[in-house]
Ligand binder design. Structure first.
Ligand SMILES: [Zn+2]
Ligand SMILES: [Zn+2]
Length: 297
């Protein structure tokens, strides 16, 4: 569980030998085996957050059984490993429901959980950065069908975030074109220069850190997410996708950075071209895609 730099390519890689044991579960018929479904008593001791309505949980965050990083201060201090906390945030008790079907209320519970876990993980003294991410369906990297996101704190700033910070320091930001939705605090758009086909960004207009999100903004973003995913469903159907949230680390002072979400519908797969060149091909006619998004259903 250590960040190392490959001597041949200069790229960073997180070495981790426990995640290979993960088991896939994409059962659409029976949820007996699903560890995220209600009634899994053994989960309670690992539960870090829960929202309970009428005696039943609606969202909960549990320790990741196969963490990317672990909380071992001693081994971290000796330089043996990098430190981090990794949780799985279960977004619904319903095995079959997903971002494509959640209503505003459900997104609100999810975002409240995101905020609460983000603040807790970021406040740990070893944490230098925190990322929230989501994989929906197998070809987007998910190992379970049951809707969930993950949150990971890290004792380092990962390369992707480092690069964004570097660009922001130079005053370079993605142009907010092809705007799909705009409200008081959020702007959602399809960038023209995404390195991943079909990417949608949802950007907060005022703040650089996600931990500042207010209850009003949570309610606003719940509506935005519901509407965006409805549009994605209308354009692609139930497509695998990834979501990840970037927020400026506490140690970085950069007034113009804005926390944001990336949503990446996963149409293509990666292969030799991407490995060999370090490039992704954005094969989308972005203007055409934008028009599809703007068709009122
Ligand atoms: Zn389940
Ligand atoms: Zn970003």
């Amino acid at each position: 569980m250590k960040l190392v730099r490959n001597r041949h390519t200069g790229r960073f890689v997180l070495m981790n030998n426990i995640r290979d044991e993960r088991r896939s579960d994409f059962s659409r018929e029976c949820s007996e085996e699903c560890p995220f479904c209600p009634g899994r008593k053994e989960m309670i001791e690992y539960c870090r957050y829960e929202e309970v309505i009428d005696g039943k949980w609606v969202v909960r965050s549990i320790d990741n059984k196969y963490p990317a990083l672990i909380c071992d201060e001693e081994r971290h201090n000796s330089g043996e490993i990098d430190y981090g906390k990794h949780e799985v945030m279960i977004e619904t008790p319903n095995h079959f429901k997903s971002f494509f079907k959640f209503d505003e209320e459900e997104f609100k519970y999810i975002l409240k959980m995101y905020k609460s876990r983000f603040i807790d993980l970021e406040n740990e003294k070893m944490a230098r950065s925190v990322i929230i991410y989501k994989n929906h369906l197998k070809s987007a990297g998910a190992s379970k069908l049951h809707s969930h996101s993950q949150i990971l704190s890290m004792s380092f700033i990962p390369p992707e975030l480092e690069r964004e910070i570097e660009m922001a320091r130079k005053g370079v930001f993605t142009r907010e074109v092809n705007i799909i939705l705009e409200s008081e605090n959020f702007i959602s758009f399809i960038p023209m220069d995404s390195y991943l086909s079909g990417e949608i960004m949802i950007k907060n207009k005022k703040n650089s850190r996600f931990n500042t999100i207010s209850m009003d903004e949570i309610e606003e973003l719940s509506v935005v997410l519901k509407d965006i995913f409805k549009k994605i469903f209308n354009v692609y159907g139930e497509i695998p996708f990834n979501v990840y949230l970037h927020s400026l680390p506490e140690e970085v002072d950069l007034e113009d950075y804005r926390w944001h979400l990336h949503i990446v519908p996963r149409k293509g797969r990666f292969g030799g071209f991407e490995f060999g060149t370090g490039l992704y091909i954005n094969s989308l006619d972005i203007k055409k895609m934008y028009e599809k998004f703007m068709i009122e259903e």
